[in-house]
Write a protein that binds this ligand. Sequence first.
Ligand code: ADP
Length: 160
Amino acid sequence: MRLAIYPGTFDPITNGHLDIIERGAQLFDRLTVAVTNNLSKNPVFTVQERMDMIRGVTSHLPNVEVDSFSGLLVDYAGSRGAGALLRGLRAISDFEYEFQMALVNRKLAHGIATVFLMAHEKYTYLNSTIVKEVAKLGGDVDSFIHPLVKERLRQKFEKP
Ligand code: ADP
C-alpha cells in the first residue's frame, strides 16, 4: 500500500488543488489530503470547514481521504506510515520555498520522499488568496473553484 500525504492550508480548496489531488490519486494507492492547523496564515475557514469542503469536492475519488494535523508534517506523515509527501508547483515563485521544505523534510525523515506535480497550465496563476479576494469583491470565481466552495465563500462574506 503506497500512501501519500498532500498537506496544505486549503483556505479554501481551489481547482488547482483538486487537479493535483486527482492526478496524485492515480499515482498512489491512497492519498490523504491533510489540512494544517497552523494559525499563522490567518485562515478564513476553520479546519473543520476546510475539511468538509475538501470531502465535498473529492467524493468521486474513492482512494482519497481527508484529515488534519498540527505540529511537524514529517511526524504526522511518519505516524500514518506514509512514504511520500505530494506538493504542487506553480510558477518559479513556488520553487525556492518548496525546495527548502523538501530538503528540510528529507533531513528530518529520510524515508519520506517529496513528490512534485507541475500545476496544470490553466491553474498556474491560481491561489486561495486571490480567490478569496475576488469572491469578497463580488467577482466571478466560477472557473477557479467548485460550486460547493463558491457557496461557502458566499456565506462567509455575506453582509449581515
Ligand atoms: P501551503 O500553505 O502549504 O502552501 P496551499 O493550500 O496554499 O498550502 O497549497 C498546498 C499545495 O498545493 C502547495 O504545494 C501548493 O504549491 C499547491 N498548490 C496551490 N495552488 C495550486 C495550483 N493552483 N496548482 C497546483 N498546485 C497548487
